[in-house]
Design a protein around this ligand. Structure first.
Ligand code: GRF
Length: 204
């Protein structure tokens, strides 16, 4: 399967996915068609290039969402992705974008998307002193973090007394779960959450 990985920042999930494609659980299952950013100077874009991935970008600053997304769709379609994998892509996708890749757009969120949507999920977990957060991989629909859940994995936050520690624990699970969920999806094994309309099987 061909992956288009979209990011706006650091790109640690992108790195984990590229590693999984090159030497891990996605080896032989997936290839990175392109790493795309709406921020041409995103650190993750340079990292992707250094890892040997094709890269592309379009600056979203000051652009109208629908217009910008139509251009992004055109750019991505040139790379013929099977899946569009959001990895810290800080844009809400317009209906035009969703429809172009419907059912094939994935996102990862640092919390249970039934409990928390949008930005700052680790801050939310930390400030509310939650005993755990549930890393969630879900399909993207037209809402904000509302699409069907594909996989979830809890992370214990007990004893995590700084935000940095909360993020460190969470990101380690994000990096594992995203690649494994994609591998499972690509192999067309049963999806892991009833919302996705398939039987329940643990991801890990
Ligand atoms: C991750 O925490 C992800 O769950 C959220 O945005 C962050 C991106 O981090 N959607 P990175 O750029 O992959 O390091």
């Amino acid at each position: 399967a061909r992956l288009a990985i979209l990011l706006s920042g650091r790109g640690s999930n992108m790195v984990a996915l590229v590693n999984a494609v090159q030497t891990g659980v996605l080896q032989g299952l997936a290839e990175v068609a392109v790493v795309f950013s709406n921020k041409p100077d995103a650190p993750g874009l340079a990292t992707a290039a250094a890892m040997g991935c094709p890269t592309a970008s379009l600056n979203s600053q000051g652009r109208k969402r629908a217009e910008f997304d139509a251009e992004v769709v055109e750019v991505l379609q040139a790379y013929q992705p099977d899946y569009v994998v959001l990895a810290g892509y800080m844009r809400i996708l317009s209906p035009t974008f969703i429809r172009a890749f419907v059912g094939r757009i994935l996102n990862i969120h640092p919390a249970d998307t039934h409990q928390h949507q949008g930005l700052h999920a680790y801050e939310w977990a930390f400030e509310n002193q939650l005993p755990e957060t549930k890393i969630t991989v879900h399909l993207v629909d037209e809402g904000l973090d509302t699409g069907p859940i594909l996989a979830q994995q809890p992370v214990s936050l007990r004893g995590a007394d700084t935000l940095a520690e909360v993020e460190r624990r969470g990101l380690a699970v994000e990096h594992f779960l995203y690649a494994h969920t994609l591998a499972q999806l690509i192999q067309e094994k049963p999806l892991t959450h009833p919302e996705a309309g398939a039987s329940v099987a643990p991801v890990a």
